[in-house]
Design a protein around this ligand. Sequence first.
Ligand code: N7H
Length: 485
Amino acid sequence: MAIEPPRPAPASEPHQLSKPVLDLDEIQGDVVIGLQKNFQRFIFFAINDVAQFKSKMRGVLVERITTSETVRARDKELSALKNYDLHLMLPLVGFNIAFTKSGVDKLRPGVDLGDPSYDAGARKQAKAIQDPVSATGEPTTWLPDFASHAIDGVMFVTGGTQEDVDEESHTVLALLGNAVGISFEETANVRPGAERGHEHFGFADGISQPALDVTNLGDPKPGQDVVEPGLFVFGYGSKATPPVAWMKNGSFMVFRRLRQLVPEFESYLESQAATQSMDPVLLGGRLVGRWKSGAPMELTPLQDDIELGVDQGHNNDFDYSDDQAQRRCPFGAHIRKTNPRRDIARQFLDIRRIIRAGIPYGPEVDPAETAAKKSTGDRGLMFVCYQTSIVNQFEFVQQSWANNPAFVFGKNHPDGTPIKVVGVDPIIGQNADHSKERTMDEPVPNYPTGSLRTTLHEPVDFIVPTAAAYFFVPSLDALRNDLTA
Ligand code: N7H
């Protein structure tokens, strides 16, 4: 297998010799580490003048791209300054760019990047992943403004403040001039105050990611599975020889704008918990697999543990292997459905992993919405994930795991009888065609020791897909040469 030439390693670390070195100067910053972001502007665009776009990209824009190396250096600076609150003052502007199939076709007509789902695009794939679609397969819940415009690419502009993001967005758009037209744009932002780092249902996010088996991204955290880098970046490991040579140091990106029905979710927790004589906070945690603090059910099933929630040395250090009767974390919980850890063999797990880089969007819940138990504001998650196969990674997790009520397979009740319906993922599972009743096997009220159980009924999809697109995120070299020749 051809990999990057290994860097000479000290004699005391012979095991390092076979590991690849990621070319962090070539990989865009959001892919393997994640751009630092309080605010993120998503600028979806169409290329109107190919020659002009190529010349601006090659000439000036590529120099503005934030690489993974820059992101890594900023992370180091930030952690050094954390105790002094000075990190808030660092200039953290980031800029990345990616292209849909139609965008790549304009820049390199006829090239095939080898991923059928990328080729088809998110709109055509909506039906396959059971998003709500019309009889003709058109998504029915997408924002008309997004759905009605052609999208050749997206620019991510990130920063510490709204002003920084506005300024950089203005600069890159001015540089591009008439070369592009804006199809849709929106600024997302982390939630305020103590909710920072939490998504709109209130749960801490961005805790668990796969670690890459490379020499130059630091050591894995306890509990973090180490996986081969070819699953996320072309040019390494299993993807040492990409379908097209210039895909090296690139990645596929999935974008989904997921509206979250927060008052509806809260009100469901209240009413359902009442029927089970349990605390709604606990029920919420069991649907997700973590308490709001981030503390995993697997390690603290009966009460939240705020210190554990933020303790990166422990908050991801579990693998379900000693919880085969789902006494601690339900098989159907969101994080167990989307990363079943040792519920399945590594050879079937690693190939499905994704690197997530989402950010919340929209206003906080209004008291009137809480009172009415109904969303009027539009809020949710700009879900972003990276992988080298959209069909085998994101789509597989969404369709064959989250939406599939039978997954995880082969689990038994404490009396040894098979569990037929583990449940649709209560957070992201889509059941738009109502082909199956949404239920989840839930060993309440007498977990973690008893053998009684109940079935939770989930009448609503609490997440509504309102936009989606599939992109390729090229290396800087490809942007300087192959895509702009
Ligand atoms: Fe999920 N949530 O708030 O409930 N997610 N997610 N996700 N998600 C995770 O462990 C959430 C979505 C994964 O390794 C946490 O970092 C919400 C999609 C995976 O143990 C929380 C939305 C897909 C993991 C949420 C949403 C995934 C994960 C715990 C949409 C893929 C890691 C924090 C609005 C198809 C699992 C953490 C692991 C974790 C929530 C979307 C997948 C709190 C609200 C679309 C792989």
